[in-house]
Design a binder for this molecule. Structure first.
Ligand code: B12
Ligand code: SF4
Length: 454
């Protein structure tokens, strides 16, 4: 804590409000967000239960006066409320609004006077009428001001946050260190809320990233997941961060655009990139242009071609179905073209209009959004009146295309041949040691729920 922050903390100590920030509750003990929920999990039992909230960890790291509660059971939440709070705030996504409404009602019942709402769920049009204060975008600075100091955008510090991963049967095989290096995006895809939610673009404080990476290394972590939507869009920062990845010999996963991966491919591969994920969306150029993706299908083909011989690399492609201009037959043809591209894992979701996006405006005015059930906003349901496809047909298409894209035999064959065989060929001793001994042992010893602030 710097001197200014320390003085402000001491000065405001006696008058500080008691602030509790909380995620959605869990329905039962084993109920967490599965970070792999978007893959065709039928083919594999791989899972990654997310038991930490990146948003809340970031706030606590930078504003230590708040208390955070991550994925409590309902009774734990009620008990916590009884401790008496001036403010209770909630961090949630759109699909969790139903549960958050129950939590708000309980907090009001217990006499909490001020309720805050943060994270992407707040873009829903009903939220301002349910809470006293809405926070759109990163909230560290605005919350710090409640305690009498500031956290300027470029000085936001990174917290420790980790997620366990299981290849099968829920047994812990490795633990990912999570990293988030930059807020905001310069693109404006019509289906995406990021341009509305994150109005400023800025990077996370580099020294704090260094501290966190050193800590992950000390804990025996081998694998890093970069949560950024568009890794590489800040080249200087990406260069420094990837050098650190190389120093610690991390294997890392990042999502970005095909064009950005192509620009840095060889350097990043040498520095440990093993799981690049690309938002392909569709292999129809007119569908891409209609959602303003600003991506050429040739860039995707080029990406897959140039990564083909990279030993140990698993390439993941994300696609969407339910474009207004496509019939069921055209949707299937698009899926066939997507499979032919040759990603090692291909994922598919249903186009879903989220509040305050251009897509929401377009679909509600032209066709009508008939399904407002929050739980259906998980990219698996057709919630608007598609001109050619019914909701039931869409369910069937989603199921069939998922199965078609990821036939178990292909997934295991490619997984084994590219990741395991590729890793073994590149550096057998190191691969065996890190994948089958160091990672699982470290993972058994790590408690991801423990809050660590460096
Ligand atoms: C990592 C990630 C995930 C992870 C982890 C999510 C998690 N638990 O936080 C996983 C893979 C699990 C995931 C899943 C999904 N995700 Co997601 N995800 C992201 C991603 C890439 C980064 C989020 C992140 O960690 N950011 C870093 C932290 C520091 O930022 P933050 O969370 O925004 O928190 C800041 C502010 O929001 C605010 N804040 C947060 N909480 C609170 C609380 C209070 C009280 C206050 C005051 C402020 C505040 O301050 C924080 C610090 O600055 C975003 C895209 C993006 N650019 O943000 C999409 C994104 C949030 N996901 C999205 C979607 C659609 C989904 C899924 C529905 C997809 C699916 N097919 O199921 C699921 C739903 C998960 C669920 N609830 O069941 C959408 C929007 C979601 C929405 N509108 O509800 C996004 C925006 C992607 C996109 N561009 O469309 N996701
Ligand atoms: S989908 Fe990705 S590239 Fe497009 S606006 Fe959203 S974050 Fe930016």
């Amino acid at each position: 804590m710097d001197k200014y922050k320390e003085e402000a903390f001491i000065k405001s100590f006696l008058t500080n409000p008691r602030v509790l920030l909380c995620t959605v509750y869990r329905r039962f003990r084993g109920d967490y967000i599965d970070a792999l929920g978007w893959t065709g999990r039928r083919f594999s039992k791989a899972s990654a239960p997310l038991r930490v909230s990146p948003g809340l960890r970031f706030i606590k790291q930078n504003v230590p006066e708040v208390q955070i509660l991550e994925y409590p059971l309902w009774h734990e939440y009620v008990e916590k409320l009884k401790q008496g709070w001036d403010v209770v705030g909630f961090s949630f996504y759109h699909n969790q609004i139903g549960e958050i409404r129950e939590m708000i009602a309980e907090a009001r019942l217990q006499g909490v006077k001020e309720i805050w709402a943060g994270n992407y769920g707040v873009l829903d049009y009903d939220i301002p009428s349910l809470v006293d204060r809405v926070f759109i975008g990163p909230a560290e600075d605005r919350i710090a001001q409640v305690f009498g100091y500031r956290v300027p955008e470029g000085e936001i510090e990174h917290p420790v946050m980790m997620a366990h991963f299981s290849y099968f049967a829920g047994i812990r095989h490795l633990t990912f260190g999570l990293l988030y290096t930059a807020h905001g995006c310069a693109f404006k895809c019509t289906f995406c809320q990021t341009p509305v939610f994150e109005r400023h673009r800025f990077t996370i404080n580099l020294e704090s990233i260094e501290r966190v990476l050193a800590y992950y290394h000390k804990m025996g972590i081998n694998d890093i997941v970069v949560l950024d939507e568009l890794f590489g869009v800040h080249p200087k920062l990406a260069d420094k961060v990837t050098r650190l990845f190389a120093r610690y010999k991390f294997r890392w996963w990042a999502q970005s655009r095909a064009a950005l991966f192509l620009r840095y491919l060889d350097t990043w591969y040498e520095r440990g990139l093993r799981l690049p994920s690309v938002g392909v969306e569709s292999m129809s150029q007119s569908a891409l242009d209609n959602v303003n993706k600003r991506q050429k299908t040739e860039e995707v083909l080029e990406f897959v071609r140039r990564t083909h011989d990279k030993l140990g690399m698993q390439r993941i492609g994300f696609s969407m179905i339910g474009y207004a201009g496509m019939t069921a037959e055209e949707t299937i043809q698009d899926a066939i073209r997507f499979k032919q591209v040759g990603f090692d894992t291909s994922t598919v979701c249903v186009i879903t209009p989220f509040p305050q996006t251009p897509l929401w405006d377009e679909l509600s005015s032209k066709y009508g959004i008939f399904d407002r059930n929050y739980r259906h906003y998980r990219l698996r349901h057709l919630v608007w009146r598609h001109p050619h496809i019914s909701p039931l047909q869409m369910q069937y298409l989603l199921k069939t295309i998922k199965a078609f894209l990821n036939r178990p035999i292909d997934v295991y064959r490619k997984g084994i041949s590219r990741f395991i065989w590729g890793g073994l060929r590149k550096n057998p001793r190191d691969f065996l040691w890190r994948t089958f001994i160091k990672s699982p042992v470290a993972s058994m010893l790590i408690n991801d729920r423990k809050q660590v602030y460096l």
